[in-house]
Design a protein around this ligand. Structure first.
Ligand code: ADP
Length: 399
């Protein structure tokens, strides 16, 4: 079966077509600047065929039509007919407390995704547009929703509640939800397969470190805590997000810098973190290069990230009563040996010791701890798309 994976943003639509007989990529593409001047589709196939289409694209329905046209193009396309696509799997940001797993999309499911727009104001409307566009142009093809929040729904209340009056949880849904759930689920499962161990009985910490970063604590294959909160702002410092702060910072800046709460939050989401501290870049490669050549603010930004990750590892190890496996993933986690080494420095007290030679690796499944390390530390490249494709296949097969 061929599965189409769709990740719709407000002005973009990313897609991948995957052959599930051997889980291989057939084509991947991006439609960008939807309803903005300069709309563009770019599609690539593993054998090097590149499609570029520049034409006005007024909405997600047109973007989806163009995607299907590019996939079926007689010269550079990869399928002859839309009928070859067995199902579509959609990445959806927020499933609130309603969705603990992926599901086939129905009118009720769409109503729930709509209900959670206040919790995911940027993403959920875009995800819905992607779903409705695919329904419009592929009306008979089953559609599946895979939620970023679902994996974290196993957290106990003591981990997901905030210390504000209970009525805000009951009435408004104020609680920790967590994000990157599909990545945490993939990596926590994959690391056990890679090591040949049973997830049951294992205490695992996943460090997903990319533009957005989150850590999770996983016991017996189930999430028991995660660093992102009601929104993806909480946790360690990120590319442009501040990570956790005393909430009074918001009021203090608002009162003293002539901004309202929404402007402060926007600043904390888009202009803070590595970018805000370094005043240089949100990209870890730029931060590394600048820090290594003596830029003090870049070095501070890096130190803050390393220190924040260390604190989460320490607190999750304490919360779980130990840790057996630590797995690094996503852009920085997979490709930053120096950062991994800095994070794991002086962690022998926890039973974790890195082998610098083994750690000198990028983007490859590897054990990077020493043979005598009690905690096995690994690099596991994430693969959210394959998780979405597998969920979609399984749900459609069991329909
Ligand atoms: P997203 O959260 O957007 O999916 P990624 O997982 O792709 O992000 O991670 C992007 C981050 O990974 C950037 O900060 C980038 O600098 C970093 N990164 C990518 N490659 C490397 C590398 N070779 N060394 C260090 N950092 C890297």
């Amino acid at each position: 079966m061929k599965i189409l994976i769709v990740n719709a943003g407000s002005s973009s639509l990313k897609y991948q077509l995957v052959d599930m007989t051997n889980e291989t990529l057939i084509a991947k593409g991006l439609v960008e600047r939807i309803n903005i001047e300069g709309s563009h589709l770019n599609q690539k196939t593993p054998d090097g065929k590149v499609t570029d289409i520049y034409q006005p694209i007024k909405d997600h329905v047109e973007a989806t039509q163009l995607m299907l046209a590019a996939l079926q193009d007689p010269e550079k396309g990869v399928i002859k007919s839309v009928d070859e696509i067995g199902a579509v799997g959609h990445r959806v940001l927020h499933g609130g407390e309603e969705f603990t797993a992926s599901c086939i999309i129905t009118e009720e499911v769409k109503a729930c995704i709509r209900k959670f727009i206040p919790l995911g104001p940027l993403h959920n409307p875009a995800n819905l547009m992607g779903i409705e566009a695919c329904e419009a142009v592929m009306p008979t093809t089953p559609q599946v929703a895979v939620f970023d929040t679902a994996f974290h729904q196993t957290m106990p209340p003591k981990a997901f509640m905030y210390g504000v009056p209970y009525k805000y949880y009951k009435e408004l849904g104020v609680r920790r939800y967590g994000f990157h759930g599909t990545s945490h689920r993939y990596v926590s499962k994959r690391v056990c397969e890679f090591l040949g161990v049973d997830p049951v009985g294992k205490k695992i910490i996943i460090a997903h470190l990319g533009n957005g970063s989150s850590l999770s604590a996983v016991v017996d294959g189930k999430c028991v805590d995660t660093s992102m909160g009601i929104t993806p702002l909480e946790g360690v410092v990120m590319g442009t997000r501040s990570g956790s702060c005393d909430p009074a910072v918001v009021q203090f800046i608002a009162n003293n810098a002539n901004m309202d709460v929404n402007e402060v939050l926007d600043m904390m989401n888009k202009k803070s973190g590595l970018l805000g501290i370094s005043e240089l870049s949100s990209d870890m490669r730029d931060i590394d290069a600048a820090a290594d050549s003596g830029n003090e603010k870049a070095a501070l930004a890096r130190d803050m990230l390393v220190y924040g990750i260390k604190k989460y590892i320490g607190s999750y190890a304490a919360a779980m009563g130990g840790v057996d496996i630590i797995a690094f993933t996503a852009g920085i986690g997979e490709n930053g040996p120096e950062l991994r080494e800095a994070v794991m420095k002086d962690m022998e007290f926890l039973g974790a010791k890195i082998d610098p030679a083994k750690n000198n690796v990028k983007g490859k499944e590897t054990i990077i701890s020493t043979d005598d390390s009690k905690v096995t530390v690994c690099v596991i490249p994430t693969n959210e798309e394959i998780m979405i494709a597998r969920d979609t296949r399984d749900l459609v097969a069991n329909k």
